[in-house]
Design a protein around this ligand. Structure first.
Ligand code: BES
Ligand code: MN
Ligand code: ZN
Length: 500
């Protein structure tokens, strides 16, 4: 969908969307249109349940007195509560309301919002951003969908008094949306298309944005001693990869050490020899969700030229059962030198991350490491599909992530760490085992990762198993791959690391 900005005006064709506050309080343009249509809007309201509550809509089709195909009244709720997320949700609602009406173009008028902390131009930018995010569709494999079944809306114009200022506020948001879309694409692709080598190849597209991309193949990882990651990969005919992406956007005078993001990239997780049941196994194509977020995040940061030094590392493997697969009971030696008894080959994400985290710290000396992984079913039991599980060795980092999550609508919830949990992964024959039993399964997985974090490094782990894929549509996130984490970490970077 194309997004444009213009000065407020009555459109000559297509749909027009105007806001109405709670209690049927008209915005200036709604007022103007009501007059032009000889009160058609009020008449429609009186015959409906529309009150202007947030995300309510009421469509008046082809009213006399305008050339618009329809006028959509959009409930904005109370002006005081109209924040960035409300503006984005409004944009999303516009897209869902108009997608299938047959209209190719629509204009939404964003006036000053009384009581809101947002200026009209910032609100306009966030309406555009929400609409763009909601317009995403992964339809490349639908060859038989008829044109009349596809969304018709191709252009959305945001009409607002200071269109130039709105356009300027929107520019970085559009770059974040580019990153979100890349992540959603990668997560949606099936595992016969996205496998370690092909996913690694996709990262090369970031080079033209100024990102340095280094791809390690199996031989290079063998030389580095990444026995934990390689043990997972050995059951698959698809060779593993590790990709390191770096973006150096910080001015020279500032902190040189980067913030690092590390993602689990299991391009398909059958469970290996500890094989998963058949029902729902197709979901495991998105077990590379953490890696997808890291790649999309690097695209967003480079796209908007963030003033930060950031590194993104993804460990890419396929977890398959075969005669070459690792067995339960195998002992592997990770790059850190620590040995792991592999009790369950389905607890593979932590094995991949152990080596990726260690490599990241050895090579890039980051001050902060944040990893993302669709790591455990246990986090879904604990938090459902709303919050991502957050683990951290630093309270301040934890608070900042929580705040960033709230601001962008990607909420996280802190979970505990502690010695008692750590003990659960002690092994009788190696330094640790890769599972700690059913109880506290997401916590013991986090404890495993913590054993790969060096002293003095601020670390957070996001278990995104419950939030990477969504079975229902939300305001700005259509069902499917959500890209949960891209907006959150982009915001964290903007709030905390840029300008440091
Ligand atoms: N990729 C899965 C976790 C997962 C489950 C993600 C459901 C998304 C939805 C992970 O590799 C896994 O299999 N974890 C096991 C760990 C267990 C064997 C200790 C799990 O959660 O069951
Ligand atoms: Mn698994
Ligand atoms: Zn997995």
């Amino acid at each position: 969908m194309k997004i444009g900005f213009s000065a407020p005006m009555l459109p000559r064709a297509g749909a027009i969307i105007v806001g109405v506050f709670d209690g049927c309080e008209f915005t200036p343009m709604a007022e103007r249109l009501d007059k032009a249509t000889d009160g058609a809007l009020w008449r429609a309201i009186k015959r409906s349940r529309f009150t202007g509550k947030r995300s309510q809509t009421l469509t008046v089709i082809a009213p006399a007195g305008t050339k618009a195909s329809r006028i959509v009244l959009l409930g904005l709720g109370k002006g005081d509560n109209f924040d960035e997320l409300a503006a984005q949700a409004a944009g999303g609602t516009i897209v869902t309301t108009l997608a299938r009406t047959g209209d190719k173009a629509a204009s939404v008028v964003v006036d000053a919002i009384t009581g809101s902390k947002l200026s009209a131009s910032v609100a306009a930018a966030h309406v555009a951003y929400g609409a763009l995010l909601r317009s995403y569709r992964f339809d490349k494999y639908r060859t038989k969908e008829k044109t009349e079944d596809k969304p018709s809306l191709g252009t959305l114009t945001i009409a607002t008094r200071d269109a130039e200022a709105a356009k300027k506020s929107f520019a970085p948001l559009a770059k974040i949306a580019d990153g979100v879309f890349l992540t959603r694409d990668l997560v949606s692709e099936p595992a016969n298309v996205i496998f370690p080598a092909s996913l690694a190849d996709q990262t090369k597209a970031l080079i033209k944005l100024g990102v340095k991309v280094q791809i390690l193949n199996k031989r290079q990882m063998e030389r580095l001693g990444m026995g934990a990651l390689l043990g997972v990969a050995q059951g698959s005919s698809k060779e593993p990869r590790m990709v390191a992406m770096s973006w150096d956007g910080a001015p020279r005078t500032r902190e040189k050490r980067p913030v690092a993001f590390v993602g689990k990239g299991v391009t398909f997780d059958t469970g290996g020899i500890s094989i998963k049941p058949a029902g729902g196994m197709e979901d495991m194509k998105w077990d590379m969700g953490g890696a997808g977020v890291v790649i999309g995040l690097m695209k967003a940061l480079a796209g908007r030229k963030a003033k930060v030094n950031a590194v993104g590392i993804v460990g890419l493997v396929e977890n398959m059962p075969s005669s070459t697969a690792q067995r339960p009971g195998d002992v592997v030696t990770s790059m850190s030198g620590q040995t792991v008894e592999v009790i369950n080959t389905d607890a593979e994400g932590r094995l991949v991350l152990g080596d990726a985290l260690w490599y990241c710290q050895e090579k890039y000396k980051p001050h902060t490491v944040i990893d993302l992984a669709t790591l455990t079913g246990a986090i879904i039991v604990a938090l459902g599909h709303v919050h991502a599980g957050l683990y951290a060795n630093d309270d301040e980092l934890c608070d900042r992530l929580t705040a960033a999550g709230k601001a962008v609508g990607e909420p996280v919830w802190r979970m505990p760490l502690g010695d008692e949990y750590d003990k659960q992964i002690n092994s009788d024959i190696a330094d640790m085992k890769n599972v700690g039993g059913r109880d506290g399964g997401s916590i013991t997985a986090a404890q495993f990762l913590k054993r790969y974090i060096k002293d003095g490094v601020q670390w957070a782990h996001l278990d995104i198993a419950g939030v990477t894929w969504s079975k229902k549509n939300a305001a700005t996130v259509p069902k499917g791959g959500t890209a949960f984490g891209v907006r959150l970490l982009d915001r964290l970077v903007a709030d905390v690391y840029e300008g440091k």
